[in-house]
Design a protein around this ligand. Structure first.
Ligand code: GLN
Length: 483
């Protein structure tokens, strides 16, 4: 059962090959069997079985949707009512969310089953899942390697077949980068397409939730549930939702692909470059045209991002003060001691580093020099994308500079870690959607291709991903020991 696609699972449930309760038991058993991956922070076994029973009733009565009875798991950044929601932090280790994120509500309405909450970098800050309070997650393709981050638990769970599909969030690459390193498909939607209500904030102007699944076809089904206007999120966009599955098979004849020169510079590893070139050649066979484009501001993305994301996080994370909710230190001497020790004891090193950088960048004497400057650079980057995407339909390039790296390899060098997102971060600054699909292997480790589209072109991106997956088999590979 665990190797079936979402479409196959939905068909199996309808033809009574298996029930949702049986399916849920099967995945719960796999999660137990592969606990050492550390991809889940919480397994909601009792809730899952109860939801599966309800789903079976809905299926029997005919009142069902595509995902009714299908087990999924949520990144532990989405608030789940009555269920621990940690965001990978000691700060929220005791936090039981009093309400559901809109995304969680939508999956509940669709009748899907929640298997549990997935491990992640603390407050989504990281590229390797190593900043999690709950420890590193292993990459199923090479268990001594990272799965990527911050949605590392999400990507590992899908790759290891512990869940058929899951959610992730992407502030600077956190859906696409782990998807690439674990050989799965991840879509970072247009900013505003998926509600951020109840999704714990890291950098609010960049954060966006999206689907992570084995294929573009499966991701389309998740996207159908997740997308849509939400009056509870002021940055949610009121725009109609297309049928994401309807256009999957559209022809790619005449598709104009732009290759940003800056993505393919001498810095790109040669094996990486040839893997990406081979994927692009596949698109040419499907009828696409390829042209080179130049996007000179791409090099500025990492510095601009780390000023903006840190500034926003320093403000967002000020709510964790030991008073209202979350961790509180023992026996505080006075109020200042309560604040400083609660925050000092419960935030990890990376989160503290970002809060300090962000507070500095926002401070009176430095605001213009750093924050304002970074916002101006952000505009230049958006303009660069706007120009490029007026000349071509989509842009393509790598997702990551290398395949999965060893656990511990980059933890001592934050700059090296930040550079893992060099190909993904600019897209968040521009608010654009982008897809990561498996495109090959280097040293038996998966590599991803990134497809960047114009605002609200998610259906087109999924179509582009699906056509490639019809003629390639990368997305069907299963890591050894997880068959
Ligand atoms: N690695 C980037 C960071 O640490 C992006 C993380 C994300 O997308 N949540 O900020």
């Amino acid at each position: 059962m665990h190797n079936k696609t979402l479409t196959e699972l939905a068909a199996g449930l309808r033809s009574k090959q298996f029930s949702s309760v049986e399916l849920t038991h099967a995945f719960l058993a796999r999660i137990k069997q592969h606990q050492s991956l550390n991809s889940f922070v919480t397994v909601t076994e009792a809730l899952a079985l109860q939801q599966a029973q309800q789903a079976d009733q809905r299926l029997a009565s005919g009142d069902s949707s595509a995902l009714t009875g299908i087990p999924i798991a949520q990144k532990d950044i989405f608030c789940t009512q009555g269920v621990k929601t940690t965001c990978g932090s000691k700060m929220l280790d005791n936090f039981i969310a009093p309400y559901n994120a809109t995304v969680v509500d939508k999956f509940n309405q669709a009748g899907s089953v929640l298997l549990g909450k997935l491990n992640m970098d603390e407050f989504a800050m990281g590229s390797s899942n190593e900043t999690s309070f709950y420890g590193a997650t292993q990459n199923p393709w090479a268990t001594d390697c990272v799965p990527g981050g911050s949605s590392g638990g999400s990507a590992a769970a899908v790759a290891a077949r512990l869940a058929p599909a899951v959610t992730g969030t992407d502030t600077g690459g956190s859906i696409r980068q782990p998807a690439a390193l674990c050989g799965i498909t991840g879509l970072k939607p247009t900013y505003g397409r998926v509600s951020r209500y109840g999704m714990i904030a890291y950098a609010s102007s960049l954060d966006q939730g999206g689907p992570m699944a084995r294929s573009a076809e499966d991701a389309a089904l998740l996207m159908q549930v997740m997308a849509g206007f939400d009056p509870k999120d002021s940055t949610s966009v009121d725009q109609s939702i297309p049928d994401y599955s309807a256009s999957l098979n559209d022809s790619l004849q005449g598709l104009k692909i732009g290759l940003p020169k800056q993505f393919f510079s001498a810095d790109l590893d040669s094996q990486m470059a040839s893997t990406i070139q081979a994927a692009i050649a596949e698109y040419q066979k499907l009828g696409a045209e390829v042209v080179e484009v130049s996007m000179p501001t791409l090099d500025l993305a990492i510095p601009a991002y780390y000023v903006i994301a840190s500034a926003e996080c320093s403000s967002n994370l000020s709510r964790y003060d030991g008073v209202r909710f979350g961790y509180r230190c023992q026996n505080p001497a006075d109020l200042t001691d309560l604040y400083t020790r609660s925050r000092g004891e419960a935030f990890g090193a990376e989160v503290k580093r970002r809060i300090l950088m962000g507070t500095y960048a926002l401070s009176a004497g430095y605001y213009d020099a750093y924050y304002l400057k970074a916002q101006q650079v952000r505009r230049l980057i958006s303009d660069d994308f706007k120009r490029a995407l007026s000349e071509v339909d989509v842009l393509m390039g790598p997702v990551t500079p290398s395949p999965a790296f060893k656990i511990g390899e980059k933890t001592g060098d934050p700059i090296q870690m930040y550079l893992s997102d060099i190909y993904t971060i600019a897209i968040n600054l521009a608010g654009l959607p982008a897809l990561s699909i498996p495109a090959g292997f280097i040293d038996q480790k998966p590599v991803g291709l990134q497809v960047i589209g114009n605002y609200f072109s998610e259906a087109k991106l999924l179509n582009i991903g699906h056509r490639y997956q019809q003629v390639t088999h990368w997305h069907q590979q299963v890591p050894k020991g997880f068959e």
